[in-house]
Design a protein around this ligand. Structure first.
Ligand code: UDP
Length: 418
């Protein structure tokens, strides 16, 4: 199949950059996995770099095409709504008017790219699939409104997108429920979780060190934004003696400063660590290239993951693939990927005492920790490989392309009758 992955806001070319996150990882890995199944995959991203060529090969059968829409510079994702019409029309221009040309299926990532995909397929019909990577309604419920500034018309447009797309890919049961509350038909929703690169994220290999002697290591990974709950981890650390907290991740993609020391969230966390008397046990590393992350996971005794909300959460799976158990808030997809008391410990969201207790008891029981570690590796290898994600999506793609043929032939029959 010719597969178009529309990802205007998260380019695989930006993976490993200071503001990259889960969507970058997802789109890059999915494109490669679909390419490995012998599909022809093109990832369409918004051009934000003048120097990069228009088409960049990524892997066998996979390329990234940069599409001009708006200023050629990085823009915060949620500022890009006014550009999505132009982006979508540019895609339609590339794909042409002949239904036999262009992609067989269009899979959009994030609501804004979903809107662009609808524009691109308005005149020449092609099946559109959308993965939201986070829903406005869920974010509104879990995140305080005053911190949730950039929602605008998002909720309404997400609903429209869900009703117009041929299929909606949910990444967890939790997301299916959320989509149902939004009014998206259950029949058009399919659960396909993200995967992990199990060749890159392995239990054996080099481990990042510089460990303070005598301390156990709690690792936390993700963009430095308040909703990721690093503040809760800093507070919990007060009640986890003998452990250090290492925070790896770049700045808020919406407002990246020049360096990590200037990052407002990094400063807030340092002040919080001071106030809790744990400053000597907290280290903020900043963004590291994606390829360096396995060595950070391997260096850890436990991954702590305390977001206020997480639609899916790749970092728990990456840690588990490296043989590191996870202590996490039971939110969104994390409540399904981490099995409580088997691959880690789940704690009710925002329960800092619970977090501290779970970390303390796991770090104090090496046999339990090791048994969680080996169950974590098994779980990821059996359930969360990109190969499996790609195979399940391939089935969805085939179902929508096949369904269209039926619809088309039905229409032909009807027109013949009339
Ligand atoms: N990541 C990275 N470098 C960093 C921090 C994170 O490459 O310094 C990657 C990490 O490996 C993961 C992704 O960013 O693949 C974060 O994904 P997640 O779903 O946990 O959070 P999101 O960024 O979507 O909020």
């Amino acid at each position: 199949m010719r597969i178009a992955l529309v990802s205007a806001q998260a380019s695989p070319l930006g993976l490993g950059g200071p503001t990259a996150g889960g969507r970058h990882t997802h789109v890059a890995a999915l494109a490669e996995a679909l390419g490995a199944l012998s599909h022809e995959v093109t990832v369409y991203v918004r051009r934000e770099d003048k120097s990069a060529p228009e088409t960049v090969p990524l892997a066998p059968g996979v390329s990234v095409e940069q599409v001009a829409a708006g200023p050629v510079e990085p823009l915060p994702p949620d500022d890009q709504l006014p550009l999505m019409g132009e982006f979508g029309r540019a895609l339609a221009g590339r794909w042409g008017k002949d239904p036999g040309s262009g992609p067989d299926v269009v899979h959009a990532h994030y609501w804004l790219s979903g809107l662009a995909a609808l524009t691109a397929t308005a005149d020449v019909r092609r099946p559109v699939i959308v993965t939201y990577h986070g829903l406005s309604a869920a974010e509104r419920r879990h995140l305080p409104m005053d911190r949730n500034t950039s929602q605008g018309p998002r909720a309404g447009l997400e609903r429209t997108l869900g009703s117009l797309a041929d299929r909606v890919i949910a990444q967890s049961e939790d997301e299916v429920a959320e989509l149902g509350r939004m009014g998206v038909r259950r029949g058009s929703t399919v659960i396909v979780p993200s995967g992990v690169d199990t060749e890159r994220f392995t239990p054996t290999g080099p481990a990042a060190d510089h460990r303070r002697p005598g301390l156990r290591r709690i690792l936390a990974v993700g963009p430095l934004v308040e909703r990721k709950g690093f503040g809760d981890l800093v507070e919990a650390l007060r009640r986890v003696p003998g452990a250090e907290l290492i925070i790896v991740g770049g700045s808020d993609p919406a407002r990246p400063p020049r360096d990590i020391d200037a990052d407002p969230e990094a400063r807030r966390l340092v002040e919080l660590a001071d106030a809790n008397g744990v400053a000597d046990r907290v280290r903020i590393v900043g963004a590291v290239p994606h390829d360096d992350l396995p060595s950070w996971y391997r260096s850890a005794d436990v991954l702590a993951c305390a977001p206020w909300y997480e639609p899916f959460g790749l970092t728990p799976l990456e840690a588990m693939a490296c043989g590191v158990p996870v202590v996490a808030y039971e939110v969104g997809g994390i409540g399904e990927s981490v099995i409580d008391n088997v691959t880690g410990v789940l704690v009710p969201p925002r329960d800092v005492n619970g977090l501290a207790g779970a970390l303390r008891s796991l770090l104090g029981d090496e046999v339990r920790r090791m048994s969680f570690a080996s169950a974590a590796i098994d779980r990821v290898r059996s359930r969360y490989t990109w190969e499996r994600t790609a195979t399940e999506l391939e089935r969805v793609y085939r179902s929508v392309t096949g369904a269209n043929e039926v619809e088309d032939s039905d229409e032909d029959e009807l027109s013949e009758v009339s």
